[in-house]
Design a protein. Structure first.
Lengths: 125, 663, 145
């Protein structure tokens, strides 16, 4: 059972600050890829539906570009929340999501180097 | 021997729930010189006041302590009650056991203990109180209104109506303010100019009203009833008394490339200009930053064409000094600078405009003569996206934490007007909440949705990307449908937050009127004294106090005028008797006190003193002018000999309070 | 004071009538908690506070003294808080020399609209003084009844 308080503590985000304007979602560059969008992360954490989020691929689809953090008028920082859920998921699995050997097969030629670095941070502990 | 009465108020349960009021009364009753100590449910009620009055008469009290709410709330009430029973009102002290005790503590034991200490402190002070008599000061029967927008205009008209002289100081060349720039007004859709300009003309024609346009307040001194204000009349380079407002100079001026601030820079004006056709006073003004004659002495066209010979290139700033009994602040607002919101591309595309710019674009006297054309290529926009709350309800450094209050309604108005005039236009409004409390306001908004088919989308715009053809790609989220909208828009209109005018801060400093963290003026009481500043004699009108729409502004302006009239009809004001007083026998005339006095209330006098050897010796001593002294007490600390003291807050009294607290 | 004899400081707060006292009232109106150790003395202006009052407080066994006034430039009496600031800067450094730590004395600007700041300031000040422990340096036992 994922603990809402745990996620809030890891992320340092207060989901109650959200005024539900949806600017984070409107600004998300990876919108189409994501099952749950940034505002839903905030809303669902507020309502304790962490397990659903943790099971979703959206956690790994987030680019961690911080556009939602940058533009949120209330300073809620949805990306930090997503990061926290990801951390919790990786911890729970007890190991990294990907093995280093898996990575070459997944590399896309168009992928910028920075994204690769980001991915390393995201998928490993 | 003092005979002191102590009364402890329950304030319903406000105090009694956290403070054991019986125990407080009982404990304080045992203090020396306390002859009666009682508690009662509501001391401020008539029954409570009568209880005090009876006790004063019955016990012949020489001092009264009321343990109740803040003295800022009911000190005057209890002083009045004491006076009516024959006790000097300044022999009353309040122990604040509500705001500073029961409301901030939860533990009953702790709160009760504190209440006893606060009560004991007040008793210690009241032992040393002396009876004081308030003096009187005259009232100058003239008011000053700072700001000539709709708030200032309405306040001035109402004060003049009551027969008092009013001066309006406006920093722009004309009065009218923001309302003059607005096209239509919600919720009735009547034209702003049609209802505002008659009021502007009334101001000009009213012989009780003097308009100082293109002027600023330079300095303020004095106090309620007796303010002295220095007004800077900026050089206009046109003689106001001669100019007929024919406008010939504004047509002939060769300097054509001056951004027109009245149209928010959407078109150009000349270097000599009249802001708009119905300006009051209708007098030309030369802009010294652009005038060729003033900058390099080459031109002089306006002087040549002026039949009235009103042009004076050598004009200088002049100053007017005037006395006032009351000052009204009506400094108004401006939309915030939204350049920091680069996701909305305001500074990248001409087709992203603020709502006030849209007002000018739609106004018949605006740059396009009332036809809505987008700025970049003068085409009719087919898809317009409105974004609400740009900078409002924002807790970061880019915006404001408050709701600007007027945006929901003016956006509904814009959307409706556009759909009415150009039914082929698609209008989207992205909103977080639609806030329409006000008479006929929600009906108005529903009309925009139901009758005019404006697309209201619950969500916010995340990003606006300008394209090379001038169009804009708007990325927004529709939270209700849970999808993202990507709209190819011709124009984007941003409802920018409003903020108090930048000049308000310096005016507040001059007036010593307090402001909140957003630079809105603070009212004396948020509910019960909404049009007065805590500084006596300073009144607040319009948006300078908080965001307001036009009906609310006018209502507040009239309320403000009512308060001003209430002050000006008085011939005399009761002064604060808690003023400084110098003990002649101790004063050595060193002048330390005079240097720190902000009011110049201290003068010196050579006075003869009888010596023990029966000769008379002349000595310089300080004299305090009690009508001018405001009782700050700066002099009392500066005085090296301890001769200067403050009535009501004497050194001994405060020492006694310190002792009682530290007991 | 307290049953389990934990140290509770005695704090004297001088508040000017126009800004800080009103700020303290606002803290009350908003039910913002701060310790009961703080007792407020109302003065017309921060410049009314004579250094003697502060010395007296320490003599009488106060553990901390805080002076609150209007923000610079916002003084009801135009310039009073500037005088207060100068006087207190001098006094506090002198007190520090005498062994009253600088943390026991403080000047803070609290406007009538800053109830939250008032409560936060008092919480922080009480916390600081509690950590320092009781003031014995200037305490004059002859002043004690």
């Amino acid at each position: 059972m994922a603990d809402k308080e745990q996620i809030i503590r890891i992320s340092g985000v207060n989901p109650l600050k959200c005024m539900k304007c949806g600017k984070c979602t409107a600004t998300c560059p990876n919108y189409d890829e994501m099952e749950y969008h940034p505002h839903q992360f905030v809303y669902m954490v507020e309502h304790g539906e962490i397990d659903k989020l943790m099971a979703s691929e959206s956690v790994y689809k987030c680019l961690t570009c911080f556009a939602c953090v940058e533009r949120c008028p209330r300073g809620v920082e949805p990306a930090k929340l997503i990061e926290a859920i990801r951390t919790e998921a990786v911890r729970r699995q007890g190991c990294n999501r990907l093995k280093a050997d898996d990575i070459p097969a997944r590399i896309d030629d168009d992928m910028p180097g920075q994204a690769l670095m980001m991915a390393t941070r995201k998928y490993t502990r | 021997m003092n005979r002191i009465g102590v009364f402890v108020c329950h304030c319903g349960t406000n105090i009694a729930a956290t403070v054991d009021v019986h125990r407080v009364a009982e404990t304080l009753g045992k203090e020396p010189s306390v002859v009666i100590a009682k508690d009662y449910q509501y001391m401020c009620s008539e029954a409570g006041q009568n209880m005090i009055k009876d006790a004063i008469r019955e016990y012949g009290l020489t001092g009264l302590v009321v343990c109740s709410c803040s003295p800022r709330m009911h000190e005057a009430t209890f002083r009045k009650a004491a006076a009516s029973a024959g006790l000097n009102p300044y022999l009353v002290e309040i122990a604040n056991i509500r705001e500073q005790d029961s409301w901030i503590h939860k533990d009953i034991e702790e709160a009760t203990e504190k209440a006893v200490i606060l009560g004991r402190t007040a008793i210690a002070k009241v032992q040393l109180n002396t009876p004081l008599t308030a003096g009187e000061s005259p009232v100058t029967k003239r008011a000053l209104v700072i700001g000539g927008g709709i708030a200032g205009i309405q306040t001035a008209l109402d004060i003049a109506e009551a027969g008092f002289e009013v001066d309006i100081v406006e920093k722009q060349p004309t009065i009218g303010g923001k309302m003059a720039q607005i096209d239509k007004t919600f919720p009735t859709l009547d034209c702003a100019a049609c209802i505002l300009t008659p009021k502007m003309v009334d101001c000009a024609q009213n012989d009780k009203i003097t308009i100082y346009s293109y002027s600023e307040v330079a300095a303020v001194s004095g106090f309620v009833g007796n303010f002295s204000v220095k007004i800077k009349r900026k050089a206009r380079f046109v003689d106001e008394t001669k100019c007929t407002g024919c406008g010939l100079c504004t047509e002939k001026c060769p300097q054509k490339k001056v951004p027109n601030e009245f149209n928010l820079g959407l078109d150009n004006r000349r270097a000599i200009y009249i802001p708009f056709a119905q300006a009051v006073p209708k007098v030309a003004t030369i802009d010294p930053d652009y005038c060729n004659m003033l900058k390099n002495g080459k031109c002089g066209v306006c002087a040549k064409v002026c039949g009235a010979q009103a042009i004076d290139y050598k004009a200088q700033d002049t100053y007017v000094e005037q006395q006032y009994g009351a000052i009204v602040v009506a400094t108004g607002f401006n939309p915030i600078n939204i350049d920091a919101y680069d996701e909305y591309a305001y500074s990248q595309s001409q087709n992203v405009v603020t709502s006030l710019e849209l007002e000018r674009l739609m106004n018949a006297a605006g740059p396009n003569g009332g036809t809505l054309l987008r700025p970049s290529d003068k085409k009719h926009p087919k898809t317009i996206v409105f974004v609400q709350c740009v900078g409002s309800r924002c807790d970061d450094s880019r915006g404001k934490g408050y709701c600007s209050k007027i945006c929901c309604m003016y956006t509904a108005k814009h959307a409706m007007l556009i759909r009415e005039k150009y039914p082929d236009t698609n209008v989207y409004v992205f909103y977080i909440d639609v806030r329409t409390p006000g008479k006929n306001f929600d009906e108005f908004y529903r009309r925009a949705v139901e009758q005019y088919n404006v697309h209201y989308v619950k969500g916010q715009v995340g990003k606006v990307v300008p394209k090379s053809d001038g169009n804009l790609i708007v990325y927004g989220s529709d939270l209700i449908e849970g999808k993202r909208l990507v709209i190819d828009a011709d124009m984007v209109v941003l409802a920018a937050a409003i903020e108090p005018d930048k000049s308000a801060r310096s005016i507040a400093t001059m007036l010593t009127a307090s402001m909140d963290t957003n630079d809105f003026f603070t009212e004396a009481h948020p509910k019960l004294r909404p049009v007065e500043s805590p500084t006596a004699g300073i009144f607040l009108s319009g948006v300078c106090q908080g965001p307001k729409d036009i009906p609310e502004t006018v209502a507040q302006a009239t309320a403000c005028a009512g308060k001003v009239i209430g002050l000006l009809v008085k011939d005399k004001l009761t002064c604060n008797p808690c003023v400084a007083h110098s003990d002649e026998l101790m004063c050595n005339g060193c002048s330390s006190c005079e240097k720190v006095c902000p009011y110049g209330a201290i003068t010196y006098e050579e006075k003869g003193f009888r010596q023990p050897d029966r000769t008379t010796k002349m000595r310089r001593v300080a004299i305090v002018n009690e009508a001018v002294c405001q009782g700050c007490g700066a002099c009392t600390v500066a005085c090296p000999s301890g001769a200067m003291d403050l009535k009501g807050f004497a050194n001994k009294q405060i020492m006694a309070e310190v002792d009682a607290i530290c007991l | 004071m307290s049953v389990n004899n934990e140290f509770r400081p005695k704090i004297v707060a001088f508040c000017c009538n126009w800004c800080s006292y009103a700020g303290a009232d606002l803290a009350g109106t908003n039910r913002l908690q701060y310790p009961a150790d703080v007792k407020i003395i109302r003065v017309p202006c921060s410049c009314r506070v004579n250094p003697m009052f502060i010395l007296r407080a320490f003599q009488r066994g106060a553990d901390g003294v805080i002076l609150c006034g209007c923000h610079p430039g916002d003084c009801h009496y135009t310039s009073g808080n500037y005088f207060a600031r100068r006087r207190m800067t001098l006094l506090f450094s002198m007190l520090d020399y005498l062994g009253i730590e600088k943390e026991r004395t403080r000047v803070e600007w609290v406007s009538a609209a800053e109830g939250a700041k008032f409560a936060a300031t008092m919480n922080d000040f009480v916390d600081t003084v509690t950590k320092l422990g009781p003031n014995r340096r200037l305490e004059d036992l002859r002043c004690k009844n």
